[in-house]
Design a protein around this ligand. Structure first.
Ligand code: TA6
Length: 293
């Protein structure tokens, strides 16, 4: 655990040299590197590392809602709060070649949170790094015997890519999507991989649990697996939208792509005492053997 910009971070390392850094600020995965030290997640060069604002990049916990709703801050407050190490599961310092190293964080509502979202929840997050450098996130959200509540959720994931115009997503073919650029109107994806030549902001609904993001130029591609999350949000701001974001470089849209495992179209409802689990697994594979995802 190290102090960074006034907020503790936990560094996970795999025996082969891969690493991940998790910040108690927002429960955000602020970096994930392969065993060659290459950054696999995007972080803007203009990111603002100042709590409570979420840092532009990494993997952000969007809860209790994704998008806007009522008075809550966009994408919910979880990513803007200081989390705690879950003392029921202290960080495991493994020095033998176990399958993975993990850290467990927990977020509970503050008095202020309860004023704007009056529901007693516990959000437990386990971030793990396998010995092969795969990253996994498991979120367990429990209704602590309050009244029933509903929420939407996303692992807001900024992937680092070489050139967005050379990137394809396989696995979303023929799916319906809600287009945030046209008032969430519903369309059906064509029969080929998703490619990018302008701003994209879509929610692929009832999507499969595995997609591949192929980035041949960077010689690695991502396989994204999810469980308990029916949708994938795909977002690239492109040039015009990039210029409106102070914490994002004008040209940086070329090096990033958000592919968020999410529950957006239909909210998740928890009765008192019920717990929901949402899993995300990311692996970065060399492009040659990506087809067997
Ligand atoms: O990824 C979908 C989206 O809702 C986009 O519309 C854009 O707002 C993006 O999330 C980033 O949101 P943020 O609050 O992180 O700037």
């Amino acid at each position: 655990v190290r102090d960074w910009n006034g907020v503790a971070q936990v560094v996970l390392r795999s025996p082969k040299g891969a690493s991940a850094r998790v910040s108690l600020h927002g429960g955000q995965v602020v970096s994930w590197r392969n065993d060659r030290g290459e950054d696999l997640l995007f972080t803007s060069s203009k990111a603002i590392f100042k709590p409570p604002n979420a840092m532009r990049g990494g993997i952000q916990m969007c809860f209790p809602q994704f998008g806007y709703s009522g008075t809550l801050e966009r994408h919910g407050f979880a990513r803007n709060r200081i989390w705690a190490l879950d003392d029921e599961h202290p960080p495991i310092n493994q020095n033998d070649s176990v399958s993975k190293v993990s850290v467990d964080l927990i977020l509970k509502p503050s008095e202020d949170d309860l004023k704007c979202w009056p529901h007693c929840f516990e959000f437990r997050l386990r971030v793990s790094l396998s010995k092969d450098g795969d990253l996994s996130l498991v979120s367990r959200i429990r209704n602590v015997n309050g009244k029933p509540f509903s929420f939407s959720f996303a692992y807001h994931t900024y992937l680092s890519v070489s050139d967005i115009s050379e990137v394809r997503i396989e696995g979303l073919e023929t799916l319906d999507y809600l287009d945030n650029l046209s008032h969430k109107e519903r369309f059906t994806e064509q029969g080929d991989a998703v490619t990018f030549e302008s701003e994209v902001d879509r929610v692929y609904v009832s999507s499969p649990n595995v997609v591949a993001v192929l980035d041949h130029e960077k010689k690695h591609s991502f396989v994204i697996r999810k469980e308990g999350l029916p949708d994938f949000v795909v977002w690239n701001p492109w040039e015009k939208k990039s210029k409106t974001m102070v914490d994002f470089g004008d040209e940086e849209y070329k090096q990033m792509l958000c592919v968020d495992a999410a529950a957006v179209e239909r909210e998740i409802t928890l009765k008192p005492g019920e717990e929901w689990t949402g899993k995300l697994e990311l692996s970065a594979v060399s492009s040659t053997n990506c087809s067997d995802h």
